[in-house]
Design a protein around this ligand. Structure first.
Ligand code: FES
Ligand SMILES: [Fe+2]
Length: 448
């Protein structure tokens, strides 16, 4: 496939997929955010071959509990089964394609299509067909169940994939697991989802959001300075760009994270959380955190993370979200609060309010991010703008693996190392014609 081609002046007509990102020079062609043909290819080669986030276990705790969600543009239903497992199947009737389920979630014994009445059980099996005897000569209902995805979970997070040859979810997450654990496994019992799922639309490409949460701590002190100042103590305890941090690029898979390890606690505990909820026990929260910092499992502060391709968490603001793609220039954000199960009710309430204030449809920090992505996307309406390369060189060549507490990180949170890993993996998938790169076997030699 040909889209544009770079030249020394930094512009480029007619390009191949291998030119869209260049790791060596740290450059990105903006066509990847705006081209409809590339987007169609992403649906096939990125989203249908990767593990995609579906729900938190606590969204659907009981048998029959279900959540209607999406795997990229494909509507799916995730349902808790009687044996405790979860099934994820296409929300598309096998008769003539109507949605099987038209509500957002709840508890069901069956799903009945509202077009002609075909009914499916909670496992997605076709169990009832109106006028079956009179109107169908020989319908083998077993052959016409809803299309099933493969399902797996990691520490409370349920994922699914259409790729039956994909590695296990554990292998897919690879060395990113220990950084997910900083968020998911901080205390006994793990995490739970709180509040509802807040959904809104942003007119921007999904990669702006996913890559930023993967890699970009750099924008904080510029983009978010006003809410930082507004919600912080009168006297800032230091230069907000002068924190000790780390950035991690997964050796395989496009996942990435970054966080501060000291100096920034006030950002979320004092500045954003405060003591606005009566009974909020900041001493207990601090003690729990300190236990982990001094014990086996350290905690990073203000940790942003993306599990490739489109699931992100921002620990500290306690938000988790999926960036559902809707064409090359639009996303639906589905966000929910993520807290330690072991936290007190007052702490959970404090976290819920903090998440609403910072990262939600009306959150102050969220507005800052969305404005950047929308504006960049608007600029890309321009013909010349779409031919002018972006710079992703920050932190190139920085030594990795020097901190034994945080393996495989570089010791600077302000870098684009994880972004380069994100695009390197994206490009490997996009250029993989037969899908062999995303099969389990190819995960044996991990690094990319
Ligand atoms: S489309 Fe579902 S029953 Fe006909
Ligand atoms: Fe941000």
């Amino acid at each position: 496939m040909s889209v544009t081609k770079r030249n020394d002046a930094g512009a480029a007509p007619s390009v191949s997929l291998t030119d869209l990102f260049d790791e060596k020079s740290g450059t990105i062609s903006p066509a990847i955010y705006a081209d409809p043909q590339l987007y169609e290819l992403e649906l096939e080669r990125v989203f249908s071959r990767s593990w995609l986030f579906i729900a938190h276990e606590t969204h659907i705790p009981k048998a029959g509990d279900y959540l209607a969600t999406y795997m990229a543009e494909d509507p799916v239903i995730a349902v808790r089964q009687k044996d405790g497992g979860v099934k994820v199947f296409l929300n598309q009737c096998r008769h003539r394609g109507m949605k099987i389920c038209r509500t957002d979630g709840g508890n069901a014994k069956a799903f009945t299509c509202t077009y002609h009445g075909w009914a499916y059980d909670i496992g997605g099996n076709l169990v009832q067909v109106p006028l079956e005897q009179q109107s169908f000569a020989c319908l083998d209902k077993k052959q016409w169940g809803a299309r099933q995805a493969r399902v797996d979970s990691y520490k409370g997070l349920i994922f699914a994939t259409w790729n039956m040859d994909a590695p296990t979810l554990s292998d897919y997450l690879g060395d990113a697991k220990s950084y997910l654990d900083l968020i998911l496994d901080r205390s006994e019992g793990g995490t739970e989802a709180i509040g509802g799922i807040v959904k809104w639309v942003i007119p921007c490409n999904w990669k702006f959001a996913a890559e930023q949460f993967c890699s970009d701590m750099y924008h904080g002190a510029t983009s978010h300075m006003s809410p930082m100042m507004a919600a912080s103590p009168d006297t800032l305890p230091g230069d907000p760009t002068d924190f000790s941090g780390r950035q991690f690029r997964a050796s395989r898979g496009g996942h990435g994270t970054g966080f501060f390890v000291e100096g920034a606690e006030w950002l979320w505990r004092v500045g954003q959380a405060g003591e606005h909820v009566s009974g909020f026990d900041i001493a207990a929260a601090e003690q729990r955190t300190n236990l982990h910092r001094s014990g086996k499992r350290p905690v990073g502060f203000s940790q942003h993370m993306t599990v490739f391709p489109n699931f992100s968490i921002f620990a500290g603001a306690n938000t988790a979200r999926v960036w559902h793609p809707r064409g090359p220039g639009e996303i639906e954000v589905w966000a929910f609060g993520l807290v330690d199960k072991a936290a007190s009710d007052a702490e959970k309430e404090q976290m819920r309010l903090m998440t609403l204030r910072t990262f939600s449809a009306a959150g102050t920090w969220e507005q800052d991010d969305g404005e950047n992505w929308v504006e960049v996307q608007r600029v890309l309406r321009g013909h010349e703008a779409r031919r002018t390369l972006f710079n992703a060189q920050m932190g190139a060549g920085a030594p990795r693996g020097e901190d034994p507490t945080f393996p495989e990180t570089i010791t600077n949170a302000f870098a684009e190392e994880a972004a380069r890993g994100f695009y390197a993996h994206w490009q490997k998938l996009m250029t993989d014609v037969d899908g062999s790169f995303s099969k389990a076997g190819s995960y044996a030699d991990a690094a990319e």
